[in-house]
Design a protein around this ligand. Sequence first.
Ligand SMILES: C[S@@+](CC[C@H](N)C(=O)[O-])C[C@H]1O[C@@H](n2cnc3c(N)ncnc32)[C@H](O)[C@@H]1O
Length: 210
Amino acid sequence: MSPRRPAPEESPSLVAEIEGYRRDPEFLATLRGRDFRFRTAWGLFSPREVDLGSALLIEHLDEVGVTEGADTVDIGCGYGAIGLVLASMAPRGETWLLDKDFVAVERARLNAEANHLTNVKAVLSNGLSAVPPGRLFDVATANLPAKAGNEMLTLILADAHAHLKPGGRLTVVTTNALRRFIERMFEELFGNSEKVKQGRLHTVSMAEKR
Ligand SMILES: C[S@@+](CC[C@H](N)C(=O)[O-])C[C@H]1O[C@@H](n2cnc3c(N)ncnc32)[C@H](O)[C@@H]1O
């Protein structure tokens, strides 16, 4: 008979490790010259630091033209890295943060409060399903969930187009592998597509509703 394996509670180091995981990761990040504090959760996207693709999109928000009074939406907000930067750039507008993961929405809400951003609405939403039909935005952003599949991505892009004001812009970041798909979808939905920046791993793409 093989020797009995110790129960988890018999291993102090494992108990300590598990207890450690019960504490949410937290970190500070300076984004566009402003310090943000993010509380995340294990299992959320990029819980230890702002993702490189999101950081690339944030770096290029100047090209998007976010005004102080802009109404903005970040689709697939996670714990709020992109959306809270949008909210800080548009303090007189309203910023919606959408995610289909309730833990992400909860953390996005907490992070808005922790960073003193009061113009934020964090909502549980499959794509833009929770946004009422008449609610239109000046700016939409997304670090698109590549694993959602092309069908869901197409729905997200089409619904983002429907929820933009004339002249409104959708800016997305994807891995370079998805760049051509985004370009094709932007051309079909918006009639235009601009490559804002292509990095080693990610591409930031933008389209304008005309
Ligand atoms: C690549 S992560 C980006 C997260 C966050 N914006 C960031 O920069 O850290 C994509 C996010 O989209 C969310 N997501 C996936 N499918 C979705 C859907 N159908 N509707 C809304 N959000 C979705 C995931 O839960 C995840 O938080």
